[in-house]
Design a protein around this ligand. Structure first.
Ligand code: IPD
Ligand code: CA
Length: 270
């Protein structure tokens, strides 16, 4: 069952990826702003979500849908009778997309239960970068993949040797606090990356391109698929104190490193 769901997630992600990539070549403009003037949405975000939503509704009419551009939590809970919910980011890394930086993704996850990371059971997830063609996938209990190749998180390293990614929210005050934490962490690690696409940050932990990743303020659609993929690749992916990754806190890395980074971030007042 999970494999059929993953096949569907992958097919839908590739269809949306083809659309998004084509729209990027045609030229992208901002359609609207969301939480702040720098939190933008493009027409391609909306078109991508509409395509994903309709393909999933055709294939699985009884499932609920929770997507970045159209869903309120209530809407998602109202939809569906099967007990499954699709969590969708139609373009993760929208600012990269706007600037034609080829590092953005379509992220699709299917979970058992409501769109609540504390209670859902993620079954399958897919993160596709349409600009590179890289597709990361996982099904619960069956490992994680980049294309056809099984992937594994890097072994643990000391914090001083760790390449650590993070991200920032769209609210200026939140960013001020996030920047202060990063300024203190920077001299204590190998280096910091802010690549702009949370789903791909988690996938890069999954295949060892990063040692660790942390961020506060993520939405469900930012972390759902990447968290499953990183976990299936052997990383520890949690919030504070081992609870599920969520908007409050998401941290991924080899278990020993993740524990050390979490302790240090708490000291720094993350
Ligand atoms: C954003 C990206 C970014 C992360 C932000 C997210 P969006 O998603 O994933 O890397 O730092 O927290 O909101 O807005 O590009 O879909
Ligand atoms: Ca996102």
């Amino acid at each position: 069952m999970s494999n059929d769901l993953l096949d569907l997630a992958r097919d839908v992600a590739f269809a949306a990826g083809e659309l998004v990539y084509r729209r990027r070549a045609e030229g992208v403009t901002v359609a609207d702003h969301k939480s702040s003037p720098v939190d933008v949405v493009t027409l391609a975000d909306r078109e991508s979500e509409a395509l994903i939503r309709s393909m999933l509704a055709d294939a699985r009419p009884n499932d609920a849908f929770f997507g970045e551009e159209t869903s309120g939590e209530a809407a998602a809970r109202d939809g569906g009778t099967s007990g499954l919910t699709w969590i969708v980011d139609p373009i993760d890394g929208t600012v990269n997309y706007l600037y034609d930086i080829p590092h953005y993704a379509i992220s699709i996850t299917v979970v058992e239960g409501d769109p609540n990371p504390f209670t859902w059971n993620a079954l399958a997830g897919c993160v596709l970068n349409p600009a590179t063609g890289e597709v990361f996938t996982a099904t619960a209990g069956e490992g994680a993949w980049l294309g056809d190749t099984a992937i594994h998180a890097a072994p643990s390293v000391d914090l001083a040797q760790a390449l650590v990614a993070t991200g920032f929210g769209y609210d200026a005050e939140v960013r001020r606090a996030q920047g202060a934490v990063v300024a203190q962490l920077l001299p204590e690690v190998r280096d910091i990356r802010r690549m702009g696409t949370a789903s791909l940050d988690l996938c890069f932990v999954a295949n060892g391109r990063l040692n660790a990743y942390f961020e506060r303020g993520l939405q469900h659609w930012d972390h759902a698929a990447g968290a499953l993929i990183a976990r299936e690749a052997g990383a520890r992916v949690t919030g504070f104190d081992g609870v599920a990754a969520s908007r409050e806190f998401t941290l991924a890395g080899a278990p020993e490193l993740a524990a050390a980074l979490e302790a240090r971030l708490i000291d720094l007042g993350v």
